[in-house]
Design a binder for this molecule. Structure first.
Ligand code: AMP
Length: 562
């Protein structure tokens, strides 16, 4: 038990595509909370063990290579979609899988603190849609956490930087994680942190850089992906993930054994740059948009801050440096900043006196509006009501008219996006308002109120009689009815979660099995011996011996970088 035992649990959670991290505000400072293995990064990976129990984190990540049909990663990329992921004979939605990660973090935080945790501030990509935010709230609900605020990831990172450095002026936060890319331009005039603009791409992250290597390598080997089974594909992706992190100006060699054939692939940074060129180009668009929306030029910025694991790629750092003509700021750990900022935000919410002074303003990163008929050909156009990068909370009203005097009701259809026609934007919700039958065209005011969590409420007022129709956009996910929500609760309640106290042992076995699968010859034989030794030690039930063996074997695997 730690010395933070008596503090209120002001938990900040970075629910990441690749890793999740939790932090706490304690005695005027943010602190990272370790998981059951003592690590601050928990891989956002779920695996179904052979005994039917759910593994979350490092053990699950090790099983991605050895048990790909029972393991899943990067599901955050599909949050808000109807995609389901099969784990053995069960299937889960992205929010159910996220709930399992949140549940594991909650259990670890409770064990570390020695008391229950009920509330958290959770970070989401700035560019997450309304539906994706609602699904994140639902994931928290499934995990038994009440969310005091959803904070945008780059805003959280900015807050952590602001607290640490206390000096920045105009900064651009460049946040490239495993699955999403966000750019935020903000200004520090402490105690005020003012977000000017956010832009992003929800489908661009470090995983895409690994995937590009996967495709290029198979092309060079003249292998079609379809000729590899799921296991072989997972194994190669796993090897390429490590290979990507080692790329440098020197040529690196990847060795991969499949079906008795060992293949080699050589690559250096310039070679990787060619493969990644389309992805690196895609990084420019949100940067340009965020600068344009905040009416700033690159030279107006005082600082560039890199956040997210994928900003460790030298190719990304060089691209950013060339674009802005200066070196980015990288003194703080890009993996943990978002969680630290979320914990600081939790403290602000709880009005902790040490942080009370800090005021954060955020923006709505996308345009919100309604469908309307435009022109003579009845095209369904998108009429913006709240434009992107408006400071929140915000309430904006706009007048609309019925299309003809006999119209009995009007359908208010709400969309988000930046395209002129509704079919190209994201549908959020719709409702109908009956119109008075006066024989005249009716005027109505539609008001949008967007709150600090990025969630929207809509009000319609009829000008003829002042009648008001409030439509609280359901904060439950649009695609999920009461039945589906209940079913999710039941499905998760029925799951057996692997016990926290034996997780270090289970994780080591999963790591050893993965290392065995990846190696050959002498190394493989040695790892096989380690696996047998560890199983024997486990059978002895001597806790001191088990702990010593664990430490020794984990160290040996670290050295082998496996
Ligand atoms: P995050 O979601 O912020 O944890 O970022 C995870 C992404 O960062 C993954 O796609 C990793 O492959 C990538 N990443 C982490 N460390 C490195 C590294 N040293 N070099 C290249 N990519 C990295």
């Amino acid at each position: 038990m730690q010395d933070a035992t008596n503090s209120p649990a002001l938990l900040g959670i970075d629910l990441g595509t690749t890793h999740s991290v939790m932090a706490l505000w304690h005695e005027g400072k943010t602190r990272l909370i370790p998981n059951a293995l003592g690590d601050v990064l928990t891989p956002s990976v779920i695996s179904l063990d052979e005994d039917g129990s759910i593994l979350v984190g490092k053990a699950a990540r090790a099983r991605l290579a050895t048990h790909p049909q029972r393991s899943v990663a990067a599901f955050k990329r599909f949050m808000g979609s109807d995609k389901r992921f099969a784990l053995g004979d069960q299937s889960f939605s992205p929010e159910e899988l996220s709930a399992l990660v949140l549940g594991a973090l909650k259990a670890d935080a409770e064990a570390w603190l020695g008391h229950p945790v009920h509330e958290a501030v959770i970070s989401v990509p700035a560019y997450f849609s309304d539906e994706q935010r609602k699904r994140t709230l639902f994931a928290a609900e499934l995990a038994g956490l009440s969310v005091t605020r959803l904070i945008n990831e780059p805003t959280a990172a900015a807050m952590a930087y602001g607290l640490h450095e206390q000096k920045f002026e105009r900064s651009l936060i460049f946040d490239l994680g495993g699955g999403t890319f966000d750019v935020t331009v903000l200004e520090y005039a402490l105690p005020l942190i003012e977000v000017h603009a956010s832009a992003g791409d929800n489908f661009l992250g470090g995983e895409d850089f690994t995937e590009a290597l996967f495709k290029a390598c198979l092309r060079d080997w003249q292998l079609l992906p379809a000729t590899l089974d799921v296991q072989a594909q997972a194994n190669l992706r796993d090897s390429l993930e490590g290979f990507k992190c080692k790329l440098s100006s020197e040529v690196q060699t990847l060795s991969w054994n499949h079906a008795g054939v060992t293949r080699e692939w050589q690559l250096d940074e310039p070679g990787a740059l060619k493969i990644w060129e389309p992805l690196l180009n895609r990084l420019r668009t949100p940067i340009e948009q965020a600068l344009r929306d905040s009416r700033l030029r690159p030279q107006d910025l005082d600082n560039l801050v890199l956040v997210g694991g994928a900003t460790r790629m030298p190719a990304v750092q060089r691209m950013v440096a060339a674009l802005f003509g200066r070196l980015p700021y990288r003194h703080l750990d890009p993996d943990t900043l978002v969680a630290l900022g979320a914990a600081a935000q939790a403290a602000c919410k709880a009005r902790d006196h040490a942080i009370e002074e800090l005021i954060l303003t955020d923006v709505c990163p996308y345009t919100l509006g309604v469908s309307s008929l435009r022109g003579e050909d009845d095209c369904v156009a998108f009429s913006p009501i709240i434009e992107r990068n408006t400071v929140i909370p915000v309430s904006r009203v706009q007048r609309f008219y019925s299309s003809h005097a006999q119209q009995a009701l009007i359908r208010v259809a709400i969309y988000q996006g930046e395209r002129p026609w509704v079919q190209d934007n994201i549908f959020i919700d719709a409702f109908e308002v009956p119109l008075p039958q006066t024989g005249e065209i009716q005027a109505l005011d539609i008001r949008f109120s967007y709150d600090i969590n990025g969630l929207l409420e809509v009000d319609v007022t009829l000008q003829h009689n002042g009648e008001r129709h409030s439509h609280s956009i359901d904060h439950t996910p649009t695609g999920l009815g009461e039945e589906a929500r209940k079913a999710s609760h039941q499905r998760l309640n029925a799951l057996k979660i692997h016990p926290r106290d034996t997780l270090p042992n289970r994780t080591l076995i999963a790591r050893l099995e993965r290392a065995w699968a990846k190696s050959l010859g002498d190394d493989r034989e040695r790892i096989g011996d380690w696996l047998a030794t560890f199983n024997q030690v486990l059978a002895s039930q001597q806790s001191t011996e088990i702990a010593a063996c664990q430490q020794q074997l984990n160290g040996a695997l670290d050295q082998l970088q496996l």
